[in-house]
Design a protein around this ligand. Structure first.
Ligand code: HIF
Length: 288
């Protein structure tokens, strides 16, 4: 029969082991390329995965992590996406090494990898996203504006299908990374260890004294004790709103609860707008 003759032409169907190889390649690049920002590309990879997913609109089913349409203008030029070319370029050698993975799977896998490699919870992940062309780019204005308040947070994140608790849990990811004046206009990190995933964002938000920063830039807040940390107006809004504040206090007190609830909601974020063929998710092994 023709089985053996035709088998070399069979399409390559990647297994969990193949995706683990992609994970390992991203993790190795993170470990080797430490000459960037605070020593890691991890935070900007998390931001790429989130901005690729957070365009989802549950009413129309448009946007979300399917598509990877941020490869194209106009979406790549949306103000909210400033600086994310750095993250996309970082992943190009990985895409070249594993050409079978879609960009949309790669960007979300890299976000999950970064959370795990920076000491966060495991982020179970599944493949199945398809890349789309420029026609699928979402309109500008779907991602949040940091200058706004709790009403805006609820508007934007309920459009994606999240409730209050999930919104607060997600925003704990601002433990990672920093703001850049040449990207968003804001400046500085949220805590003292911006390359380690912790519940510090909540502890500092709840316990520090935050005052408005005196400068020529957009309105942001700084900690009274050192003047080196920052909070965005949207971060501060979590303390002004009763429905949000109770979760801030819960997460500030209990890192385990935050890790568990963050993992659940980040998995949900990375899957917005995707029709998967499989229920099963992979749990990637974190590097040593
Ligand atoms: Fe961010 N976010 N984010 N964000 N974000 C920035 C940076 C990061 C918002 C605004 C900003 C989430 C929600 C919101 C990360 C991850 C997540 C910056 C600075 C701004 C202005 C960009 C720059 O100048 O480089 C707003 C208004 C949000 C809704 C309230 C998510 C929950 C926290 C969904 C999320 O996961 C990460 C990581 C960074 C750091 C990027 C870096 O380059 O270090």
């Amino acid at each position: 029969n023709g089985d053996s003759a035709s088998s070399p032409k069979k399409p390559f169907v990647p297994t969990q082991a193949d995706y683990q190889k992609v994970y390992d390649a991203v993790a190795a690049r993170l470990a080797n390329d430490t000459d960037y920002d605070d020593g890691s590309y991890g935070p900007v990879l998390v931001r790429l995965a989130w901005h690729a997913s957070g365009t989802y609109d549950k009413e129309t089913g448009t946007g979300g992590s399917n598509g990877a349409t941020m490869r194209f203008a106009p979406e790549s030029d949306h103000g909210a996406n400033a600086g994310l070319k750095t993250a996309r370029d970082f992943l190009e050698p990985i895409k070249a090494q594993f050409p079978w993975i879609t960009y949309s799977d790669l960007w979300t896998l890299a976000g999950a990898c970064a959370i795990q490699e920076l000491g966060g919870p495991t982020i179970p992940w599944r493949p199945g996203r398809e890349d789309r062309d420029v026609a699928a780019c979402t309109p500008d204005g779907r991602l949040p504006d940091a200058a706004k308040d709790q009403r805006h947070i609820r508007d934007i994140f309920s459009r994606m299908g999240f409730d209050d608790r999930e919104m607060v849990a997600l925003i704990g990811a601002h433990a990672l990374g920093r703001c850049h004046t040449d990207r968003s206009g804001f400046d500085g990190p949220w805590n003292f260890s911006p390359t380690v995933f912790t519940n510090e964002f909540f502890r500092l938000l709840a316990e520090e004294n935050w005052i408005q920063k005196k400068w020529n830039g957009p309105k942001q807040f700084t900690d009274k004790s050192t003047g080196t940390l920052m909070m965005l107006p949207t971060d501060m809004a979590l303390m002004k709103d009763k429905g949000f504040k109770k979760h801030v206090e819960r997460y500030a007190k209990d890192s385990d609860v935050f890790f568990k609830e963050f993992s659940d909601v980040f998995v949900k974020l990375l899957e917005l707008g995707v029709r998967f063929k499989t229920e099963d998710r992979f749990v990637f092994k974190t590097s040593e």
